[in-house]
Design a binder for this molecule. Structure first.
Ligand code: PLP
Length: 458
């Protein structure tokens, strides 16, 4: 095994051998990625000795921050006690307990938990479960899944097929035979002169019209993130999800709420669907914050009603033949149980609700900067959108702000002309102020740079 770990060798190995997610192929082998070597609280440290606030909380997932000794201890203890069991034939105490704890916290009758390896595989499982269910109910034609432009539901073939990120659409094949996309629900993009209320009516009508056009006998489900996260933190108009659920109920279409980002405290609740959006969906997907990102795990939480329709005598001997070697992995389950315990003991959900107004106020203030077109967010997730994305230079804005902020001590997540952030939920009021102070300075410096390069301000 190679033991030479000088920075130069690590960079070479990273460039030559580590093919990263969303790799830009033009720069393959020429990257100088920041090496993160450690972390404590909301900060990560780099090989250059920099200490940076982790604005995106890893990938929207490190809810309790870095260096949490209790989670690390729970993981180590479980690995020593039982590092694996086969979920195909046995079960384990931690996995059964976790399923019970999730069912207790999920809304309504969502009481059946199918564990997966992450968000994409949980979305895949939900869609395959719905197809399986409709086959059993003798509705083999009812297979279409309605999704939305700008949605991101994952990176497996099926979850990517119901996603609409521009780069995936351009460079990958997707299977759209049983998929229907609704137009963008971003109220910021509504046509001039259209009120938010009229826009809302239009968006709800888009769903109903799609179902009527395809035929309710063909439409199986509607899948939606409560807030479209990777699509640019798009918060649909108030009442949107509730009215969409009513449409689904009218036409016997199931509602899948993808809470991979909004679940586990991001909006101040275990799951945001009911308390924030007034819906009890048929299926909830969660991942990321479930284990604080320390180990991989996802979950597809299914309602009693859906299961009751196709189980027992009604099952005709059917087997739900989907599952993963690591479904309900005991080490991941131990991390999730410890996460839940700490959330409750330390009042993390209440804390998020308490600091959200400060976060929202500081976010709104950024909207006054000349380069910023719009700011939006909810709970502890925010987005700053700059330029109008119509010029090549606009597309560099996110990366430029990210670079400047990183020099000043803050990591962001640039998405074309936007920067999104979703810090660890343990962030204090002082740290929120510090994060936004840096962000504001970074945006000002980046906008000066970009204006010198020809960026025009509307
Ligand atoms: N669903 C949503 C809303 C997401 O944001 C993501 C990832 O960012 C996924 C699903 C996919 O999750 P994973 O990357 O764990 O497969």
């Amino acid at each position: 095994m190679a033991t030479d770990t000088t920075q130069q060798s690590l960079s070479d190995w990273d460039n030559r051998h580590f093919l990263h997610p969303w790799e830009g192929m033009e720069d393959l082998g020429k990257n100088s990625r920041t090496f993160i070597t450690g972390g404590q609280g909301i900060y990560v440290t780099t090989t250059d000795g920099q200490r940076l606030i982790d604005g995106p909380g890893g990938m929207w997932c490190v809810q309790l921050g870095y260096g949490n000794a209790e989670i690390a201890e729970a993981i180590a203890q479980q690995a020593k006690e039982l590092g694996y069991f086969s979920p195909f034939s046995n079960t384990s105490p931690v996995s059964a307990r976790l399923a019970h704890e999730l069912a207790r916290r999920a809304p309504g009758d969502l009481n059946h938990v199918f564990f997966t390896t992450g968000g994409s595989t949980a979305v895949d499982t939900a869609l395959r479960f719905i197809h399986f269910r409709n086959n059993l109910l003798d509705k083999p034609r009812k297979k279409v899944v309605i999704t939305r432009r700008k949605a991101y539901h994952g990176s497996t073939y099926l979850s990517a097929s119901v996603s609409d990120t521009e780069r995936t659409r351009v460079w990958f094949d997707q299977d759209h035979e049983n998929v229907c996309f609704l137009p963008d629900v971003n109220p910021v993009r509504r046509r001039a002169g259209v009120s938010v209320e009229a826009f809302l009516n239009e968006k709800v009508a888009d769903l109903e019209n799609a179902i009527l056009t395809l035929g309710a006998d063909r439409v199986a489900a509607f899948i939606a993130e409560p807030i479209l996260a990777s699509g640019g933190v798009i918060v649909p108009p108030e009442g949107y999800h509730k009215r969409c659920l009513e449409v689904c109920r009218r036409h016997d279409v199931l509602y899948i709420s993808d809470e991979v980002v909004t679940g586990f405290g991001r909006l101040g609740h275990w799951f945001a669907s009911e308390p924030e959006f007034d819906i009890v969906p048929d299926i909830i997907i969660c991942a990321k914050g479930l284990t604080c990102g320390y180990v991989p795990m996802g979950a597809c939480i299914i309602s009693d009603r859906l299961i009751a329709d196709i189980s027992g005598d009604k099952s005709k001997g059917a087997v739900f033949s989907g599952g993963f070697t690591y479904s309900g992995h005991p080490v991941a389950a131990a991390a999730a149980l410890k996460t839940i315990e700490i959330f409750e003991r330390d009042g993390i959900l209440e804390h998020v609700r308490n600091v959200t107004p400060l976060f929202a106020e500081r976010l709104a203030t950024l909207g006054k900067l000349p380069i910023v077109n719009s700011t939006r967010g909810k709970g502890l997730v925010g987005c700053v959108e700059c330029g109008d994305n119509s010029l090549a230079i606009d597309q560099k804005v996110g990366a430029q702000i990210d670079r400047r902020c990183q020099e000043l001590g803050l990591i962001l997540r640039p998405i074309v002309n936007m920067c999104v952030f979703s810090p660890p939920l343990i962030i204090t009021a002082d740290e929120i102020n510090k994060m936004f102070d840096i962000l504001e300075r970074g945006i000002r410096i980046a906008s000066d740079d970009l204006m010198r390069q020809g960026l025009k301000i509307a």
